[in-house]
Design a protein around this ligand. Structure first.
Ligand code: HEC
Length: 223
């Protein structure tokens, strides 16, 4: 397919995929899903190229992502034991803040939660990414337009009894929340939430601002 331009290759790939779909309707479900996955991976790899911060290598999933995708596409349910192993592996990747300070500025956290910029080929290289939390979560009572893929985080800190961020009794919630933002698979093997710290989508100081947004009693989340 080397001689075709990217659009022709994409069209050919889609055509091949639809032929495969119609040819395999009577085949075993698992075989069909695996073949489809292989074809679509090949099609994606041959149809796209690196462009600024978007790299074709992103298609190569890490082991835990690959296992979750495979389970989902074949309808297989991961055993509780396997889920716990995946979570333990991901928890090991969590890096606590280097200076031991978990919090930043909740106002900057709110701006980050609203900001859906970043990770596309049209973004300038080196520009900081947004957090796009509102795409999946409710975070303040004022916001009318938010996604519902994730649970509402309204009063996240208040519900968990956080009145003083530095109090020893807040430690468990603080460490859980940091780990969730750093690598969401630490507590849910097949989480649909981006792994912000693990994949370098957000840096340490941005995660601190989001920690304040979620836990600071003065933040709009906790009103
Ligand atoms: C693509 C959707 C998506 C995005 C974007 C997203 N999340 Fe999530 N989030 C989820 C889902 C789904 C869950 C629940 C399942 C799970 O725990 O993985 C969740 C769970 C959470 C939890 C745990 C809630 C609890 O009660 O334990 C926190 C905290 C959280 N998200 C914060 C954030 C923040 C802050 C951002 C932005 C930086 C964000 N999320 C962006 C989908 C998303």
């Amino acid at each position: 397919m080397r001689h075709f331009n990217p659009f022709t290759r994409l069209a050919l790939g889609l055509l091949a995929l639809s032929c495969l779909l119609s040819a395999c309707v009577s085949g075993p479900h698992e075989f069909q899903a695996k073949e489809l996955e292989r074809w679509s991976q090949e099609m994606m790899k041959s149809s796209f190229r690196d462009e600024k911060s978007v790299k074709v290598s992103i298609l190569a999933q890490d082991a835990s992502n690959a296992e979750c995708s495979d389970a989902q596409s074949t309808g297989r349910v991961l055993s509780e034991e396997r889920r716990q192993e995946i979570e333990a592996q991901n928890l090991k990747t969590v890096r606590p803040p280097q200076d031991g300070q978990y919090f930043g500025d909740f106002k900057l956290g709110e701006a980050l939660a609203q900001d859906g910029r970043g990770l596309t080929w049209s973004d300038a290289l080196g520009q900081a990414n947004g957090g796009q939390c509102y795409n999946c979560h409710q975070l303040s009572a004022q916001e009318l337009s938010y996604g519902t893929l994730g649970p509402s985080l309204l009063q996240y800190g208040k519900i968990r009894g956080i009145t003083d961020l530095q109090s020893p009794s807040a430690k468990g919630v603080v460490e859980y929340t940091w780990a969730k933002l750093w690598n969401s698979k630490s507590f849910n093997a097949c989480s649909a939430m981006p792994r912000y710290g693990h994949h370098g989508i957000l840096n340490e100081s941005q995660i601190k601002h989001l920690m304040s947004l979620l836990l600071d009693p003065r933040s709009p989340v906790n009103q």
